[in-house]
Design a protein around this ligand. Structure first.
Ligand code: HEC
Length: 239
């Protein structure tokens, strides 16, 4: 028994070590999604449609579904969030052709519909905040969690540019090289909303599930209140 427990303990230990190795040596910042925060999702949608939808599609997501889920009217979405299409029932596709993307960026630009599930929100939250200047790459920037990424730092106006510093006594870390329009906490907030939105498009029905969950629990509680006295009454004479 003792041997069994010890071997179980060590196999768990090695599993968690493997998990660490897989995520690389870079620490990922924790992201706590809040799908009930409609204002945050709306701001995220605005950033996404303004700064990402020119290169990336989200082709599983329809504009009218987003309008409904985020408490917006079709008109608001048409006027403020739709630049690539004028049909509210369309999915979020882009005009750029895959061949052109290959030519311009040297790689296909991935669709972002389910990126929050493939990469995880911690990774996204870190990725979008850790672009840094790197003269060694073709585009002049690099990223802490995605080495030699082909994507430029599209939010540079907001964040400014970061630089990677190598001190002898520290791990390499990022520091500000040029100022952006936003303070660090404002920029973190902007990326928070964007990643919250990417989490939402990765699983839109989660919103309905969360809303429905409350009613299901209420139903079960009411059922219990009825069923328990009934059970007591039925079994009262049986000893
Ligand atoms: C100028 C075009 C362009 C814009 C604008 C752009 N990206 Fe990208 N993005 C790329 C390219 C190209 C890649 C692929 C990089 C590679 O594979 O090296 C990429 C990769 C990514 C990835 C990694 C996907 C994966 O799993 O590999 C994420 C996440 C991402 N972009 C998010 C965003 C977000 C969010 C925005 C808006 C703030 C945005 N991108 C704006 C071009 C762009």
């Amino acid at each position: 028994m003792k041997i069994l427990i010890t071997s179980l303990f060590f196999s768990l230990l090695s599993l968690s070590a493997a998990g660490h190795a897989a995520s690389g040596s870079v620490h990922l910042d924790h992201f706590e999604a809040d799908l009930t925060n409609t204002a945050s999702l709306q701001r995220g949608a605005r950033t996404f449609t303004n700064y990402c939808l020119s290169c990336h599609s989200a082709s599983y997501m329809r504009y009218n579904r987003m309008a409904q889920d985020l408490g917006l009217t079709d008109k608001q979405v048409l006027e403020n969030l739709m630049f690539a299409s004028d049909k509210i029932g369309d999915t979020m596709t882009i005009a750029m052709r895959a061949e052109d993307a290959e030519k311009w960026f040297g790689t296909a630009v991935p669709d972002l519909s389910v990126v929050s599930r493939s990469r995880g929100t911690d990774w996204l939250y870190t990725y979008l905040r850790t672009f840094y200047k790197d003269p060694a790459t073709a585009i002049g920037t690099n990223n802490l969690v995605f080495d030699k990424v082909g994507m430029p730092h599209v939010l540079w106006e907001q964040q400014g540019y970061l630089a990677l510093e190598h001190d002898d006594d520290h791990d390499p870390h990022l520091s500000s090289a040029t100022e952006g329009d936003l303070s660090k906490s404002e920029y973190d907030g902007m990326v928070y909303d964007l990643v919250n939105f990417l989490g939402y498009i990765g699983e839109p029905s989660k919103l309905q599930r969360l809303a429905l969950g409350k009613w299901v629990l209420l139903y079960l509680i009411i059922l219990l209140l009825v069923a328990y006295p009934m059970k007591k009454a039925f079994w009262k004479d049986i000893k």
